[in-house]
Design a protein around this ligand. Structure first.
Ligand code: AMP
Length: 205
């Protein structure tokens, strides 16, 4: 087995439902959900790192690559030390990373991408509505301001969407994110369950 972590990427624009689907997948034995946005939001807001995150995210910008990869690596190590991630048994479900070509290159040294789930939403207004709702429900500062939301979409188009070109087309599956969480999950599972079963033993056996 390769010494890189076998991973599934949840890919798509802000508000498309990566977090919802990542959490659902992460509740299945053998799937470990890791969302960089959640890791950043869990930082102490008064720490230097927390302040840096707030500065970038409140403008709708990406946190610099080097910092992001460092935080990601630390988190993976913590998950392993805490017994929450065992690379022999679990697939990592990466949500929100890589988000730039540089991140894709760097993280590529640590992960083996088994599949890319591309949640593609043609209707930007649907996304903006979802994000406004989420901002109210979760108190997210970066989704409350429409200008910041629009900036997040611009950053997605310019910096993140090109990341798809790093992966062989055979690894990428487009999934329609419009539907109930259960419907979207069903369509994702149709893709990822055979891949999981091919690469891992039953984690409960
Ligand atoms: P998210 O919850 O995934 O929408 O992320 C919220 C914010 O966290 C983003 O707008 C960025 O400022 C920051 N962030 C999350 N993931 C990354 C990443 N991979 N690279 C850089 N910044 C990130």
């Amino acid at each position: 087995m390769s010494d890189r972590y076998q991973s599934l990427l949840l890919f798509g624009p802000p508000g498309v439902g990566k977090g919802t689907q990542g959490k659902l997948l992460g509740s299945i034995p053998g799937f470990v959900h890791l969302a960089t946005g959640d890791i950043f939001r869990a930082l102490d807001k008064n720490s230097e790192l927390g302040q840096q995150f707030m500065a970038y995210s409140s403008r709708g910008e990406l946190v610099p690559d080097e910092l992001t990869i460092k935080v990601w690596r630390n988190h993976v190590e913590h998950l392993m030390n805490d017994g929450c991630f065992d690379p022999e048994r679990d697939v990592l479900v990466l949500d929100g990373i890589p988000r730039s070509l540089n991140q894709a290159k760097t993280i590529g040294e640590h992960i083996d991408v088994l599949a890319v789930i591309h949640l593609e939403c043609p209707d930007i207004n649907e996304m903006i509505t979802r994000m406004k709702r989420r901002a109210e429900q979760q108190g997210r500062h970066d989704d409350a301001d429409e200008n910041v939301v629009r900036k997040r979409f611009e950053v997605y188009k310019d910096e993140t969407a090109p990341v798809l070109s790093c992966y062989d087309a055979s690894l990428v599956t487009k999934i329609n994110p419009i539907g109930t969480p259960a419907e979207v999950l069903m369509n994702i599972l149709k893709v990822v369950v055979p891949i999981y079963s091919k690469n891992f033993a039953n984690p409960l056996a």
